[in-house]
Design a binder for this molecule. Structure first.
Ligand SMILES: [Zn+2]
Length: 431
């Protein structure tokens, strides 16, 4: 009652907006605190945090995961957010409230998962990443493989012929550092031709062993990243550009730096200082990082840069480059087979042996790559859709709304807006 009376007497609409802003900011801080609290138990929950130390929870006084308390807190925050979701899609508070609500739905799903309660693959990905990836049967992948059959030199099983072709483009261990530094410098140069990045942005490059992924960006805040490359897996020449763009420019490093600059530093939106890995933000992150390769190296430019610069730098022969890159285009469409392996393993009782067959025959992974990918699926589950379906969502959005390939500035601009705001897959699919 007291609050109502106060509103009636004193509120001009500006003050009212300020109050609503303060209230949303306060919910955002509670959201961050909840995420960091869950992260005290679930070691994969928080991918990055660079917000105030005051929001870090005190050390948990129990080893028991407080599932119900966390679920109650998430539900309470979602209820509080409903009051802000009445504006139009353009209203900033409504937009933030919608994004926070989707992120909290992901918190709830991850809390259940971490407690051992699973739901079907598509329900899981919908709650965690705001997207359900299309399904493809085995025939779809067999048809793509048949196209490769016509393209690959030699006779015999296609995975072996693909591996043989790829082996010409394996970067020797002693050239990995030179090739990666050159690829990252080029990706950075191409990104800086379009963007002004925050002063002081920088990254550290590290080589690591025996991880379930090929590369990782650990964002540290203050526009700094640590980019790790897993050198236990064979690294083929195109991966230098893939990873340079995906982990660095204009991928994860640029995405995180733009969010920090535009939303956290300039607008004071605390929620963005926490990056929860299993959340709708990850589909945008992985999708834009993968599509970022085509932003920086459109058309045949990746092939040309490899042929003219990276392949000679690695001391390799350029003779088969065109055939190899044609094969890579088909291999990229085959990436959707990874979703079917994850669906199969998590939902449909697919055996490890059958999964290994799919990964070898359709994803064309070498044996070590296939076993690492099985580890990846066990750990990250429906996260796998963020790479391929996420990439297609971002590609369709940029290419339908951002002009033609002949207008690269327009595309870079729209991509920058995407990287500088809170979005979910569902929003982009509606546009
Ligand atoms: Zn990534």
């Amino acid at each position: 009652m007291v609050a109502l009376a106060w509103f009636a007497i004193s509120c001009g609409s500006r003050e009212k907006t300020a109050t609503r802003n303060d209230r949303l900011d306060s919910i955002a801080r509670e959201y961050v605190n909840l995420g960091l609290s869950i992260g005290q138990f679930d070691g994969d929950f928080v991918d990055a945090y660079y917000g105030p130390d005051s929001l870090r929870p005190a050390k948990a006084d129990t080893l028991q995961f407080p599932k119900d308390a966390f679920l109650r807190k998430a539900a309470a925050l979602k209820t509080a957010l409903t009051a802000f979701k009445t504006g139009t899609g353009q209203d900033t508070l409504a937009r933030r409230a919608q994004w926070l609500t989707a992120q909290l739905t992901a918190f709830e799903r991850r809390i259940h998962l971490f407690s051992g309660t699973v739901v079907p693959f598509d329900s899981e990905s919908k709650d965690l990443f705001d997207a359900v990836a299309p399904t493809h049967d085995e025939k779809h992948f067999q048809d793509l493989i048949a196209k490769l059959d016509r393209l690959l030199p030699g006779k015999g099983p296609i995975p072996e012929r693909y591996q043989k072709l790829a082996s010409h483009f394996l970067i020797p261990q002693n050239k990995i550092d030179t090739v990666f530094r050159t690829a990252i410098a080029e990706a950075r140069k191409r990104t800086l031709a379009h963007y002004v990045l925050p002063a002081g942005e920088d990254f550290k490059l590290e080589y690591v062993h025996d991880k379930p992924w090929s590369g990782y960006n650990w964002y540290k805040g203050n526009y700094k990243s640590v980019i790790q490359i897993n050198v236990s897996q064979p690294i083929y020449i195109e991966r230098a550009i893939d990873l340079a763009c995906h982990e660095g420019y204009p991928g994860h490093h640029v995405y995180n730096a733009l969010l920090e600059k535009n939303l956290f530093r300039d607008k004071g939106w605390t929620e963005i200082s926490l990056y929860p890995l299993f959340s709708p933000q990850s589909l945008i992150a992985e999708g834009s990082a993968n599509y970022g390769i085509s932003m920086a190296f459109p058309g045949n430019e990746q092939r040309e840069f490899c042929k003219n610069v990276l392949i000679p730098l690695a001391g390799l022969d350029t003779a088969m480059t065109d055939a190899y890159f044609e094969a890579l285009t088909i291999r990229s469409a085959l990436n959707y087979a990874r979703n079917e392996v994850a669906r199969g393993l998590l939902d449909r009782g697919m055996s490890d042996q059958e999964a290994q067959r799919w990964l070898t025959d359709y994803c064309l992974l070498p044996e070590k790559g296939a076993s690492d990918y099985l580890r990846f699926i066990r750990k990250y589950r429906s996260y796998v859709i963020n790479y391929n379906y996420g990439q297609d969502i971002i590609k369709n959005y940029i290419e339908s709304q951002g002009g033609t390939a002949a207008e690269p500035d327009k595309r870079w601009k729209l991509f920058e807006v995407l990287l500088s705001n809170e979005n979910e897959a569902g929003d982009l699919l509606k546009k």
